[in-house]
Design a protein around this ligand. Structure first.
Ligand code: SAH
Ligand code: SF4
Ligand code: F3S
Length: 475
C-alpha cells in the first residue's frame, strides 16, 4: 500500500491511450481480414458495483480496440479477472479461478490472462501471483485502469508477468469508453474511494481516499445516457453522502440529486451506499421532494451494539441509526429499506449480538446482506485479540439469516393486490410468456402483459407474493 501522493492526469496521457487503442484496433482488423476471426475477450467480475462499473470500462476499451465479447472462456484471446478482497472467500475464489486458466493457456498459448481490481492493490496478493501463478500475463490495480490499453499492448511482448500497480491516487479520468450491458438502466459512479476507515474494512486501503467527480461531468454523462434511451440511473460511491466534500464547490449530494432529477428522459434515480453518520435531514427531504428518486434506501448498520459500533469506528449509535430510519420511513411512505450486517466482529458477545437481532426486528428490512466477519490484513480489527471462533460466528449467522428471511417475506406481503410501477427489463427467465422488471422499491416483478413494452414503465397489479419476487398482471 505504502505512501500515496496526489497526481493529476493530463490530457496527453489520455490521448496516448487513445492512440494505442487505435493501433490495436488496426492490428485486430488486419488479422480479421487475414483469417476471418475476431479476437475475443472474456471478463469475470468479483465484488461490488464499483467493480462492475470498472469492468464496464475495461470492456468499453476492449470494444474500442476491436475485440468482441464472448461468454466462452475457451475461445478468449484476452481474459480479465477483476478482483475483490473485501472478505477472505472472495480471495479464495480468485485463486481457484486463476488455477483453472493454466490448462486453458496451454491449449491456447496466445491467450492473455489479466488480473486487476482491489485485491491487486495488496502487496501480498501480487507476491502470491508472482510466485505461484506464473501463467498470469498482466497484473494492474484500481488506480491505473485507464492505462489498460498500454499495459495490454506491452504484455503481448513480455515473457514474464507484467506488473503495474500505481502507488498514486487522486486521479479521476473522464472519457473512458464504457460498455453498458443494459440499455435502460445504468450505474454512474459519482465518487471514488472512502475516508471512513471502518476498523474491519479493506476498501479505503485498496480504493484510496474520497474523490468526487465534477457535477458537470456527471450530468453530461447522464444526459447522454438519457438520449440513448436509459430510464434508470443508480449513483454509485462507497459513501455517496459525502459527495462533493473534496470539491471546492457549494454543493452536496442532495444538490446533485436535484440536478439529476431535472434531467429529461430519466425516470428513476437510485443511489448507494449511504453511511448512517452522514445521511442528513436535507437528503431525506430531497429524496421525498424529487419525484424520480425511488423509495429505496440502503443503509448499512453493521452491528446493533454501541460498544461494537465504536470498535468498528462507525461513528454513530444504535439510537442514532434507528432515529434516521424513523425519519426515512415517515418522509418516504412505502420505502424499501436494506442494510449490511456483520456477524462475529472481534469481542462481540451474545448480548451484543442480541442487539443486532433487535435492530433487525425493529426496522423490518426488506433485505439484509449478512456477512461473517473476515479478518483483513492491514486493518485494525485484524490485530484485535478477542477474535470470535468460527463456530460461534456460524451459529449466530444462521440465527440472523433465519430471522431476516421471515421478516423479508413479511415485508413483501403488503404488496398483495396493490398496483406498482414496473420498468420492464425483458422476458422472464423462468417463464418466457411473462415479462420481468423492477418496481420503484427494487422488487423483482414477473407479470403477464402484452405489446412492445420492454424499456417502458407499466402498471402491474400484484397477485402473488414470494420472498424474492412478486407476480402480477399488467393493468
Ligand atoms: N461502502 C459501503 C460498502 C462497503 S463493503 C458501506 O460502507 O456500506 C460492503 C459490506 O461488506 C460492508 O457494508 C460490510 O458489511 C461488509 N464487510 C466489509 N468488510 C468486511 C469484513 N472484513 N468482514 C465481513 N464483512 C465485511
Ligand atoms: Fe468500508 Fe466503512 Fe468505507 Fe464502507 S464506509 S467502504 S464499510 S470503510
Ligand atoms: Fe470488493 Fe473492492 Fe468493492 S474490495 S467490495 S470490489 S470496492
Amino acid at each position: 500500500m505504502g505512501e500515496r501522493k496526489e497526481v493529476k492526469i493530463d490530457k496527453t496521457e489520455l490521448t496516448r491511450q487513445k492512440e494505442i487503442m487505435l493501433r490495436l484496433k488496426e492490428n485486430n482488423n488486419m488479422e480479421y481480414q487475414k483469417n476471418g476471426k475476431h479476437k475475443r475477450y472474456f471478463v469475470i467480475t468479483f465484488g461490488c458495483q464499483q467493480n462492475v462499473s470498472d469492468s464496464e470500462k475495461l470492456m468499453g476499451m476492449l470494444d474500442e480496440m476491436g475485440y468482441q465479447k464472448t461468454e466462452n472462456r475457451e475461445e478468449a484471446d484476452v481474459v480479465i479477472i477483476n478482483t475483490c478482497c473485501v472478505r477472505e472467500n472472495a480471495e479464495l475464489k480468485l485463486y481457484g479461478n486463476i488455477g483453472a486458466f493454466k490448462q486453458l493457456k496451454i491449449d491456447n498459448p496466445n491467450m492473455l490472462l489479466c488480473i486487476c481490481g482491489c485485491m491487486m492493490e495488496q502487496e501480498h496478493a501480487v507476491a502470491t501471483i508472482k510466485k505461484k501463478y506464473r501463467h498470469v500475463d498482466l497484473v494492474f490495480g484500481t488506480h491505473n485502469l485507464y492505462r489498460f490499453p498500454e499495459l495490454l499492448e506491452r504484455s503481448m511482448n513480455e515473457m514474464y508477468t507484467l506488473i503495474d500497480i500505481m502507488n498514486t491516487e487522486g486521479i479521476i479520468v473522464e472519457d473512458i469508453p464504457v460498455r453498458r450491458e443494459d440499455k435502460f438502466k445504468a450505474w454512474v459512479t459519482i465518487m471514488y474511494g472512502c475516508n471512513n476507515f471502518c476498523s474491519y474494512c479493506i476498501v479505503p486501503h485498496v480504493r484510496g481516499r474520497e474523490r468526487s467527480r465534477l457535477p458537470e461531468d456527471i450530468v453530461t454523462e447522464i444526459k447522454q445516457l438519457a438520449a440513448d434511451g436509459c430510464k434508470e440511473i443508480t449513483l454509485l460511491g462507497q459513501n455517496v453522502n459525502s459527495y462533493g466534500k473534496d470539491l471546492k464547490l457549494e454543493l452536496d449530494f442532495a444538490d446533485l440529486l436535484k440536478m439529476v432529477n431535472d434531467i429529461e428522459g430519466i425516470e428513476r434515480i437510485r443511489f448507494m451506499t449511504s453511511h448512517p453518520k452522514d445521511i442528513s435531514d436535507k437528503l431525506i427531504q430531497t429524496m421525498s421532494a424529487c419525484k424520480k428518486v425511488c423509495e429505496q434506501l440502503h443503509l448499512p448498520f453493521q452491528a446493533g451494539s454501541n460498544r461494537v459500533l465504536k470498535a468498528m469506528n462507525r461513528k454513530y449509535t444504535k439510537e442514532d441509526y434507528l432515529e434516521k430510519i424513523e425519519k426515512a420511513k415517515k418522509a418516504l411512505p412505502g420505502v424499501a429499506l436494506s442494510t449490511d450486517v456483520i456477524v462475529g466482529f472481534p469481542g462481540e458477545t451474545d448480548e451484543d449480538f442480541e442487539e443486532t437481532l433487535e435492530v433487525i426486528k425493529k426496522v423490518e428490512f426488506d433485505q439484509a446482506f449478512m456477512f461473517i466477519y473476515s479478518k483483513r490484513t492491514g486493518t485494525p480489527a485484524a490485530e484485535m485479540e478477542n477474535q470470535i471462533s468460527e463456530d460461534q460466528k456460524h451459529k449466530n449467522f444462521e440465527k440472523l439469516m433465519k430471522l431476516q428471511n421471515a421478516i423479508g417475506k413479511k415485508a413483501n406481503d403488503h404488496y398483495l393486490n396493490k398496483t406498482v410501477e414496473v420498468l420492464v427489463e425483458g422476458p422472464s427467465k423462468n417463464d418466457a410468456t411473462k415479462f420481468t422488471g423492477r418496481s420503484r422499491t427494487g422488487k423483482v416483478v414477473n407479470f403477464s402483459g402484452k405489446g412492445d413494452i420492454i424499456g417502458q414503465l407499466v402498471n402491474v397489479k400484484i397477485t402473488e407474493v414470494f420472498s424474492w419476487f412478486l407476480n402480477g398482471e399488467m393493468e
